[in-house]
Write a protein that binds this ligand. Structure first.
Ligand code: HEM
Length: 271
């Protein structure tokens, strides 16, 4: 059985909603015969504008909702799925609302910010595709504390295993126990760590194992340590890109809300 994810949630429920919305507004636009050139001020323009504004408010509301839903994975996944598909449908709703009349004014500013927010949303989607498990953990506010605890347990266990080890192996493993997730902040970007002491310890023990098979448990311990370290590196790399992405997506959404308010107020003020 294929598990629900944000794309196929409930048999593509929100994709179907999104396609329906696009079809209905496109059909209405193509059938509409306004007396003036199509723009936001015709009856259809007002209808599309109302749908678009409601969608934008609902998309922004997701920021609040996601914090309230932090423990119910299913519902949250549904919200992200709806956010993505209906957010993309907004391209069509918003563009048809303008009637393709774009200029240097506050109305077009709202449109440009809307498109920029949507494009930035696609970047976030790439993170969901590349790091599905980590993104879902972050969304549910799960932190990788358990992995850190596993490493601490392995480091305690290693003290017992080192008792009968050659000195150069002990030295390498002690350095491995001091190895942090990253040596430098810049390594978070790539998730790769140059000169990882745990990797070096594994290489050394691998060579020694050919002569001394009593090091097998020590080897397993270090391989497990590296596996956990790599999981943490992947998680924190993803967090780095997630925070960077949200530093665009959220301020763009706030800017859009401000421009949308100015757009609506000016439309009704000059009515
Ligand atoms: C005008 C349109 C949009 C607005 C106003 C908007 C707004 C927001 C807001 C306020 C959040 C919550 C951020 C937070 O507080 O952490 C969010 C999250 C998100 N948005 Fe959008 N968004 C829009 C369109 C899109 C589109 C088109 C996509 C994808 C194609 C998208 C993808 C996402 C994703 C993946 C998240 C993060 C979910 C998570 O936290 O895991 N957004 N958006």
């Amino acid at each position: 059985m294929i598990q629900d994810n944000l794309f196929n949630y409930k048999n593509f429920l929100y994709l179907r909603w999104s396609v329906c919305l696009i079809l209905v507004v496109s059909l209405a636009y193509s059938l509409d015969q306004p007396k003036i050139v199509a723009n936001g001020g015709t009856w259809l323009g007002y209808t599309l504008g109302t749908i678009g504004a409601a969608l934008i408010l609902w998309l922004i509301w997701f920021g609040v909702r996601k914090r309230q839903y932090a423990s119910t994975t299913g519902q949250l996944r549904g919200w992200v799925s709806a956010h993505v598909y209906l957010g993309l449908a907004l391209v069509v709703v918003g563009t048809l609302h303008t009637g393709f009349q774009i200029g240097w004014n506050v109305h077009s500013l709202a449109y440009v910010l809307m498109m920029a927010t949507i494009v930035s949303g696609l970047w976030g989607l790439v993170l969901y595709v590349r790091y599905p498990r980590e993104m879902s953990d972050t969304l549910n506010r799960k932190d990788p504390k358990a992995i850190v605890e596993d490493i601490e347990t392995l480091d305690k266990e290693v003290l017992r295993l080192l008792k009968s080890c050659p000195e150069h192996v002990t030295k390498a493993v002690n350095l491995s126990s001091e190895q942090l997730i990253f040596n430098q902040l810049s390594e978070r970007r790539s998730g790769l760590v140059k000169n990882c002491a745990t990797e070096k310890a594994i290489e050394l023990i691998e060579k020694e194992l050919a002569r001394d098979d009593s090091l097998a448990d020590l080897y397993k311990n270090q391989v497990e340590r590296l596996k956990n370290l790599r999981q943490l590196r992947r998680y924190y790399k993803m967090r780095y890109w997630l925070d960077l992405w949200l530093a665009f997506h959220v301020p763009l959404s706030v800017g859009l809300l401000a421009a949308l308010t100015a757009h609506i107020v000016s439309v009704f003020y000059y009515w």
